[in-house]
Design a protein around this ligand. Sequence first.
Ligand code: FAD
Length: 528
Amino acid sequence: MWGRGWREQCWDRLQQPWDLIVIGGGITGAGILREAARVGLHVLLVEAGDFASGTSSRSSKLVHGGLRYLKNAQFRLTLDSVRERERLLHEGRGLITPLAFLMPGFESDRIPGWVFGIGLTLYDVLALQWGHRHYDPAGLRELCPPLSGDGLLGGYRYFDAQTDDARLVLRLIREGVHDGGMALNYCRVDGLLRSRSGQVRGVILHDQATQGAGLTAEIQAPVVVNATGAWADDLRGQVGGRPRLRKLRGSHLVFPTTRFPLQRAVSLLHPSDARPVFAFPWEGVTIVGTTDVDHAHSLSEEPAISPAEADYLLDLVRWAFPSLHLSLDDAMATYAGVRPVIDTGKADPSKESREYVLWDESGLLTITGGKLTTFRRMAQSALRAVRRRLPGSPTFDPRLRVLDEPPEERCVPSDLPPAACSRLIGRYGADAPGLVACAQAGELEPIGSSSSLWAEVRWASRQEAIVHLDDLLLRRVRIGLTLAQGGAPWMDRIRAIAQPELGWDDARWESELSHYCTRWQDVYAWPR
Ligand code: FAD
């Protein structure tokens, strides 16, 4: 679908009539593309950087009801999220997987344990299932041996789910393209086209991938959706919208499981401010996060954890898991993302609502805020808001599948263990058989301690719209986060597979590698 030469073909086909242009290739834009293509609309999605390179590859990767939103009385958000979680677990097997959480209570907690008992009961009621259970301190430590015994009062186990956020975006985009949509990464909207009456009627595109001159194009459509997340105010400003977003950074530390082994996620209240922070296993590593601080930097720079955030997270880890004696030297990587939330001026950033919003300004429909988990609801609301401007005023049926029916496991011929097979089907959907078929000898083996297979590097390089090495290592195959030094010790074999598939000469490879290593040190290494 996205083999060599696909960009040129896309640019050649841009001047066709479009029903809808979606700006932004994160989960929000991807969800809209998917739902619009499903009903036969001619939809074009454009993304300034790589698909999912914004917030949608930098989340905590939880598909969750958001237990903490109950604390802020956001019942509607929790209910919607819990229902979406259940649906995604059902339809996205291998990509959205159940995750057990432990919620320990300590003598020093400012909130008594019974409050969580009530919250979890409500959480289960909303999901129409009974999943939580109370454990005494010994039972809890049996489930999580490194957990501190000091002042441990016992706690709860409950269930949520997790995903690979960037792969979820990719799967939605691939399925939307398969249904007739078009999606172009490294293609920025530089301006909006307006009719005489001032209504937005199209976009000015600028190719960010072309070496040298850089292509531009003016593309028209009756509906233009601004799904640019934390960047949404920039385009709104072009139609006179006043800034309304508060940009909040959330950061994570990534540890190797050899130093921080966890079988289950642990939800903790930070001893300094009682904010909930998670430690959870993901793709062969343990992640700790997140923070919630105002992001004062320009969005043109990639967000990175600050030393203060790293200390905040480490303080929690040392307090809750003292026997592990973890230090920042143990962290193999970090990452940070910026949440778009509606600015109501609350002193505590965590008190700002996580609900999504829709604004129609001079025909530019902006949808922002919300969560990864609720992308389908957001997509359908956005499309319903503009349906009268779309040909045939289509309806969007909430009962239809979110993700396409994946191939059955027997269609993926290999000796892979069932869990690895399910993981591939979940991440690659209909492409999973092709991925396995392209594997050369030894490529169905995992890369180092990660869950990723060498064959994924080959497939992504050949078929997944890679423009830069970062796209491959940070978002298609997540080894930039899950292997030591961003995967540097494995780079010779990565190169042997990827360089010929990408068609890059030695000079291009060297320049991409040097850029990747510099960026990784600046943004993904821990702040020394
Ligand atoms: P983005 O993913 O940021 O996508 C917007 C895209 O628009 C960007 O890729 C950007 O490059 C592009 N763009 C900007 N300007 C232009 C332009 N002019 N032309 C073309 N493209 C443009 N939610 C959950 O459900 N579960 C979680 O566990 C969770 N954890 C989170 C943890 C953190 C630290 C953060 C910050 C958020 C978390 N969220 C979580 C929320 C969730 O990640 C976000 O709500 C979601 O990813 C936002 O997606 P988006 O598509 O709206 O924005």
